[in-house]
Design a protein around this ligand. Sequence first.
Ligand SMILES: [Zn+2]
Length: 401
Amino acid sequence: MTLGTRSVAALALALATPAAAWAAGTGTGGTAYTPVPTITSVTCASLCSGKSRVEAGGTLRVAGKRLRQVKTVIFHGNQRTARDNVKVGVNPTGTRSFRVKVPFSANSGPISVWKSRSVGSDTSNPITVLPPPPPERSAELSPSTGPRDPGAPRLETGISSGKVFLAGTKVRFSYRVNDDEPVPVTVELVHVDDGVVVRRWQPGTVEPNTVHTIRWNGKPGPGLRANAGRYVFRVTAQSSDGAFARSSGTSDATRDAFDFYGHIFPIRGRHDYGGAGSRFGAGRAGHSHQGQDVFARCGTKMVAARAGRVQFNQYHSAAGYYVVIDGYKSSYDYVYMHLQERSPFRAGDRVRTGQLIGRVGDSGNAQGCHLHYEMWSAPGWYDGGNPLDPLRYLKTWDSWS
Ligand SMILES: [Zn+2]
């Protein structure tokens, strides 16, 4: 059997082991062999708490062979699937080692390095990625720490929250430019991992010595996705003689920063996931359990795990008071049952992530106060979609909210 370039590449990818491929040469019409990179060790280089323990935002030193043309580092995370893989672009100058920044979204696990989609190394020793320091939350303005030319305006900034949810409560960024004349400013919201500006505000020339406020509702700008992760607000001001000041440095990931999430855990109080009978798929008379039960004291606040549009707010003898929400920028429907009383929202209403939609109860056929929570794939709840096991989602959201 003869393997063409394509199938060799495909095979190499499928195996994800040391792989070589013949890449098309430039100009000669022939092919060039791309030497396979290998990793001999990965060690922490900055923000370390051990040889193989690094804080997100810190750097790793990757040592090995044939590393010069490596373009991508993959952080594999701790799941067996590629679900939590995070890729970082690199451009090593040496062949024996290079440094790579650990993205805020990376999970603990091994890494691998790749020259192309098909030429990559084995996975390395596992690296523990420790949570980054929390954002420095300060609603009070304080003098900025960023770069400043001599004679540039002095900046002060503050932020209202260190945690923001997609289409949730607005985060407020405040700033003051201290100068003796109006100053042109630009405010940017930057995704720390890749430096992408997800929103830019250009208020023009602003009044000096006055507090100005930017509000962001957790929705990205046109054509941009807002990925989960660490974001920072950064304001730039320029005086009339051209001197610049910026509120924080490009590598500062804590000043005027927040962590951004697509979901919040829907129960805002102590809770537990019950026993085997609470699980998705557990046996019920004549059917199987289509959701996950989460127990909490009657009256505990229940919020929308994800923003969206209310599809149903009804009563059913088994489900009790229940609400179905069509998720914002999501293919899922989010279903909440056994509410203490009817939710105040009507079908068609929009809700924000984290908005109070009701309280935990035992209306309908329920033993003990709990949220019966369902998630349905598109096209939706009893509308051609299917229920899926929501437990791993709930546990993930629980971990940060
Ligand atoms: Zn249930």
